[in-house]
Design a protein around this ligand. Structure first.
Ligand code: HGY
Ligand code: MN
Ligand code: MN
Length: 475
């Protein structure tokens, strides 16, 4: 076992090497250093107990998982990123495809039977003692948002690989087959809808979704083929009823409750529902200098008033619902032209779909009124609807038991982020494990989780899977 100083020195050389050698197959992509590398610790015996200055103390230390190896693998994946701050490995992009191929190779080295399914999900199977039994699924995603972090999805994907390595090292053979899955385009930054690979598996794609084209005119179906998928076979890919035993996902919290609470592990009770709409406002382009203010039909002014109305409506009632406008396309888009068109998403999230539908209706009404006042046309189209999902109590119970044996405190909590597990909940019982996100930051370059806590998450995943393997049937 490396001491922390040796490990950090090793890590820094690795980073150095990574920065020196262009990432395989990514001409022109800058190598993205792995978040804020931790300076070698003061003490040198193993994983020192004292936290970094200003960080909460570590409350969980992995006993089985090889923390250095897991951290180095995370480090390796972080190199597959487009240039710029943070990690940019958008789903269905050259960087993401290279990351998939890099990970596929590591799955093969662990003796897994690797394949790409019809929806370009990366699948890796490990035989059980009884392959006639429904498989135990686990995994996550490796695609990121632009300039995000290398932990969202990556912790669960590489934590799953670490579980396989642990089983191989200890010649553990589960009774059930294991199915490790890396879902494609979970973030949905490309093509605008999230949870693509898991929704395809669960038979939840929208009509015409595969034919949609991106700004370069490339269809979603074409990108799927580039990964080795087969869009024509997606309709037949949904597994038969009862053929999946359960699905478990390790993930970063992406919020601050564990970090602020100084709790190393979270057990997810439920995942929020997500509604996404596209709003299109059409006014009239005209000269910015010669058009009097009272004769304008300015789409961007209307959009600005609607964005404020979204915040006002969403915060008008008690609860944890949230509403976001995260993008804006303005046309023609020049300082001296009055904006003719504004196109933007409205995204609403809550555990209650009834509340989301009600808020969406209020937003639609108010937005139509504001658009009329600004004399612009108004269209609000539904884009995606992800139902909220509850995790299975028996899975949560096994997680609690395992965390107790790890002597790690846990918090049972809701997830404000969406996850592939909510699509998988259509197919089988699901469970999720969270590890802390430093300062609650995610979907930003500052996204970071500490090595020990990432490793503890992987360790809880390991123990949970071994317990679920023994459950005959979920009630
Ligand atoms: O958007 C989400 O909630 C997730 O990170 N894809
Ligand atoms: Mn995620
Ligand atoms: Mn995300």
């Amino acid at each position: 076992m490396l001491t922390r100083r040796q490990f950090n020195r090793h890590l820094l050389t690795l980073t150095g090497a990574a920065l020196a050698a262009p990432a395989a197959g990514l001409a022109g992509s800058a190598l993205c250093p792995f978040g804020k590398l931790r300076a070698p610790r003061a003490k040198d015996e193993g994983w020192a107990q004292e936290p970094e200055a200003g960080e909460p103390p570590l409350r969980c230390f992995p006993r089985l998982v090889n923390t250095e190896r897991l951290w180095e693998t995370l480090q390796g994946l972080s190199r597959f990123s487009a240039p710029g701050e943070g990690t940019t490995r958008v789903g269905f992009s050259p960087e993401d495809l290279a990351g998939h191929n890099w990970l596929m190779e590591r799955f093969r080295r662990e003796g897994l039977e690797v394949s790409i399914d019809a929806a370009a999900n990366l699948r890796a199977r490990r035989a059980g003692q009884r392959d006639d039994l429904p498989a135990l699924w686990f995994g996550s995603h490796i695609d990121t948002v632009p300039h995000g972090g290398n932990f969202d999805g990556c912790v669960g994907s590489l934590g799953a690989l670490e579980v396989i390595r642990l089983m191989n090292e200890n010649t553990v053979r589960t009774q059930r087959p294991l199915e490790l899955v890396i879902f494609s385009n979970e973030e949905g930054v490309h093509y605008g809808r999230g949870l693509f690979g898991s929704r395809a598996l669960a038979g939840l794609l929208e009509p015409g979704e595969l034919e949609e084209v991106d700004d370069e005119g490339v269809s979603l179906a074409e990108w799927i083929r580039r990964y080795g998928g087969d869009p024509e076979r997606i309709p037949e890919m949904t597994p038969a009823e009862g053929s999946l035993h359960a699905y478990v996902e390790l993930h970063i919290e992406q919020g601050g409750r564990l970090w602020q609470g100084r709790i190393p592990l979270g057990i997810v009770e439920g995942i929020v529902g997500i509604l996404r709409y596209r709003v299109t406002l059409e006014g009239f382009a005209n000269h910015a200098g010669t058009t009097p203010m009272d004769q304008r039909r300015d789409a961007l002014v209307a959009a600005s008033r609607i964005i404020l109305a979204v915040r006002e409506i969403v915060t008008a009632e008690p609860g944890r619902q949230v509403g976001t406008v995260g993008q804006m396309r303005v046309e023609p888009g020049a300082p001296n032209i009055i904006p003719e068109r504004a196109v933007f998403p409205v995204e609403l999230r809550d555990l209650s779909m009834e509340k989301l539908d009600r808020l969406a209706e209020q937003i639609r009404e108010r937005a139509a009124h504001l658009a009329a006042e600004e004399k612009v046309s108004f269209l609000m189209e539904p884009v995606s609807r992800h139902e909220p999902a509850l995790t299975h109590p028996q899975i949560r119970h096994r997680m609690q038991q395992a965390a107790g044996e790890m002597r790690a405190s846990v918090l049972t909590m809701a997830s404000g982020a969406g996850h592939d597990a909510q699509a998988m909940a259509k197919l089988c019982p699901v469970g999720m494990i969270f590890v802390p996100s430093r300062d609650g930051i995610s979907h930003a370059p500052g996204e970071y989780s500490r090595p020990e806590e990432v490793a503890c998450g992987a360790e809880l995943l390991y123990h949970t899977l071994l317990r679920l393997d023994q459950i005959e049937r979920f009630n």
